[in-house]
Design a protein around this ligand. Structure first.
Ligand SMILES: NC(=O)c1ccc[n+]([C@@H]2O[C@H](COP(=O)([O-])OP(=O)(O)OC[C@H]3O[C@@H](n4cnc5c(N)ncnc54)[C@H](OP(=O)(O)O)[C@@H]3O)[C@@H](O)[C@H]2O)c1
Length: 199
């Protein structure tokens, strides 16, 4: 399959590319690097990316920005970032990218376990994660010959290490990547794949 990976230079995206590279043709799109550059928060940038790449069999998004912060301290900008980048950026990949995905193809977006297992400081992140999962469940009812699914990663070991946290409870990026492969190669539609079910 010809697969476009957005966020392929990130902790999760790199592992997804590594997992898929032997069996599929990959095109990478990151913010600063990759074969194509894209800004998820810009519809024009998303359109330009698809115009440049043309048709693909699958799209994977392993990107999406949102800030953690106490409920009392989250600013309007924090909410706008979560809404415009992580939520609408990925929703717009489907809205503007669907015509470029070949019949029988798929799009896989990224939410996170915080939709179902929040912690203090995760409100805006949990909000958009839940919205992405609901969007996919509903959009799947109307898509023909195109599947949409969401992968909900747990805290990734490498990310915890980068943050100076104890990574004992984390799931490696390589293990996280398996759920993306299942979403692309499987036949599910409208589902949220919990990475812990695919290790
Ligand atoms: N890591 C975790 O523990 C974890 C857990 C649950 C959910 N998630 C979710 O998984 C996704 C990926 O997380 P990650 O930790 O792998 O992220 P990451 O390491 O920070 O990588 C982010 C990726 O997104 C790209 N990117 C940044 N800003 C962008 C923009 N405006 N438009 C398009 N692409 C942009 C980056 O490109 P450049 O390298 O060019 O900047 C990079 O490829 C996010 O949605 C995150 O919320 C992560």
């Amino acid at each position: 399959m010809k697969i476009l990976i957005i966020g392929a230079s990130g902790t999760i995206g790199k592992a997804v590319a590594e997992n898929l590279k032997d069996q599929h043709e990959l095109i990478t799109a990151n913010y600063n690097s990759g074969e194509v550059q894209v800004d998820l928060s810009s519809i024009d940038s998303i359109k330009a990316m698809f115009d440049q790449i043309g048709s693909v069999d699958a799209v994977i998004s392993a990107a999406g920005l949102a800030n953690f912060g106490a409920l009392a301290e989250q600013s309007d900008d924090d909410y706008q970032l979560a809404l415009n980048n992580k939520l609408m950026g990925q929703v717009n990949l489907l809205r503007y990218g669907r015509q470029f995905i070949n019949s029988g193809g798929s799009i896989t977006l990224t939410s996170g376990i915080l939709s179902r297992q929040p912690f203090p400081g995760s409100a805006s992140v949990s909000m958009v994660n839940g919205a992405l999962e609901s969007f996919a469940r509903a959009a799947a009812l109307e898509l023909e010959n195109l599947r949409i699914n969401v992968v909900a990663p747990a805290f990734v070991k490498e990310t915890m290490e980068l943050m100076g946290m104890d990574s004992g409870s984390g799931i490696s990026a390589a293990d996280t990547a398996r759920a993306y492969r299942v979403a692309v190669e499987g036949d599910m539609n409208g589902k949220t794949l919990d990475v812990t079910d695919h290790i």
